[in-house]
Design a protein around this ligand. Structure first.
Ligand code: AMP
Ligand code: ZN
Length: 419
């Protein structure tokens, strides 16, 4: 069946079929192998999609490239890392669980770094051919925003829901009305929030692979915050971008590029004679990290609130539905506890606690992982009833609003419809 489908015409702007209730109720059990390799984390997961009830994660494995020495991600190194580690990771995982062949392969197709994506995606295509099983090319950001729906209890986000996606490559507020229909309510005008946090952390002499996470720990490890606060002049305050000049308050977008410039300017102004921020005493570095992180989070929360208000005012989000709005915060930066509490606190005056239900995935599942790709693939497979033609290529750019508007989607065949 699969071989025949390889020659089927590819489609653009595919219209999903609605899942029939008989399909939802008569699902057979199936095993999903998921691979995610869009950046520098090589991750593989096995998921047991049971005939009823929540999906079960059999195991998830991760092998991240250590970028500490390089001081950032080098695309060729990341690609080589995936090419070296992914195949043995898949082999060992299958052997460990005594599974000779899964039923469905879900692999990140984009967006991301093309070399990294290709390594996982082409491995997935090869395995799909060898095993003669269907293949789903998954949108990476769809994986992030659908993550809380994997952890199925009575509280899973229901469409329509809103997601704040904050990662190393993206910052956006998205309204999702179905698995495949998404509208961006606010996006970054320049770089991503995680990218800027990483840049500032590096400037302050913090090291590590997931450097903004190290910065969170560095700030939290402060033995005496009151004394630390005095190590930097009060006048040193980071601005809230797209806010401070007339007419800019209403802009529904984020901007992070200015924070690193502010940090360097402040160094010259408040610490003359210090060449690099990393040369400052420990307390001053910690206080600068804290103020800078707070300013970046304040900015993302201020603009998200504005965009959410606007979505209600313009009717994009309906009021009076009788249930709270589900609000997901996902992506690597969402594992930050300061961001989580600031978001809830700052949204509270406009959106009281009973009007919004927050969903924060466990920190482990906020950063890139294969569980989210497996789950998004399952939703595409079961609900949109789609799979990806084996001729389709991975893609570095793939807007979340265009999940379906890409070549390569094909409908599931009757054989697979039994799942
Ligand atoms: P992702 O692109 O979704 O894998 O997320 C990676 C980004 O999240 C990187 O910029 C990390 O430094 C950042 N990140 C990871 N953990 C944290 C944390 N606890 N606080 C802030 N940023 C984090
Ligand atoms: Zn990501």
């Amino acid at each position: 069946m699969l071989a025949r489908r390889c020659h089927a015409a590819t489609t653009r702007a595919w219209t999903p079929l609605l899942a029939s209730s008989s399909f939802l109720h008569a699902r057979r059990s199936y095993i999903v192998l998921a691979i995610e390799s869009s950046c520098d984390d090589a991750t593989v997961a096995l998921i047991d999609r049971k005939p009823s009830g929540p999906p079960v994660l059999i195991e998830h494995v991760k092998d991240s490239l250590d970028n500490t020495a390089a001081g950032g991600i080098i695309p060729l190194d990341a690609r080589n890392h995936h090419q070296a580690v992914l195949a043995p990771m898949v082999r060992d995982l299958m052997i460990r669980h005594n599974i000779s062949k899964p039923d469905l392969l879900c692999v990140t197709r984009g967006p991301g770094m093309i070399g990294s994506l290709s390594a996982g995606y082409n491995l997935g295509k090869g395995l799909a051919v060898a095993w003669d099983i269907p293949f789903v090319g998954v949108h990476h950001m769809l994986g992030h925003l659908l993550t809380p729906r994997f952890f199925q209890n009575q509280d899973i986000p229901q469409y329509p829901f809103v997601s704040l996606l904050v990662s190393g490559g993206h910052t956006m507020l998205v309204l999702s009305t179905s698995t495949t229909q998404h509208k961006v309510l606010a996006n970054t005008l320049d770089i991503a929030i995680g990218d800027m946090l990483d840049k500032c952390a590096r400037e302050l002499g913090i090291t590590g692979s997931m450097i903004a996470r190290e910065m969170e720990a560095f700030i939290a490890a402060d033995p005496d915050p009151k004394t630390t606060a005095l190590s930097v002049p009060k006048a040193l305050q980071f601005p809230n971008p797209l806010q401070n000049k007339q007419g800019r308050t209403g802009i529904l977008a984020y901007s992070f590029a200015g924070f690193i410039t502010s940090l360097r300017t402040f160094l010259e102004k408040f610490f003359p004679g210090t060449a690099r921020a990393s040369d400052l005493p420990l307390e001053a570095r910690r206080e600068l990290a804290r103020r800078m992180q707070n300013a970046i989070f304040t900015h993302v929360v201020t603009k998200s609130k504005k965009a959410l208000e606007n979505a209600f005012e313009t009717g994009l989000i309906q009021t009076g539905t009788g249930r709270p709005l589900d609000f997901v915060c996902a992506g690597g930066v969402a594992s930050n506890m300061t961001l989580r509490s600031l978001l809830v606190t700052k949204l509270q005056d406009k959106f009281p606690p009973n009007s919004i239900k927050y969903h924060f995935p466990p920190p482990k599942w906020c950063t890139d992982n294969a569980l989210m790709i497996g789950w998004a693939g399952i939703e595409l497979w079961e609900t949109a009833r789609l799979q990806t033609d084996l001729s389709a290529l991975p893609t570095a750019k793939w807007p979340i609003e265009e999940v379906l508007d890409i070549d390569g989607w094909v409908p599931r065949s009757e054989q697979e419809n039994k799942n």
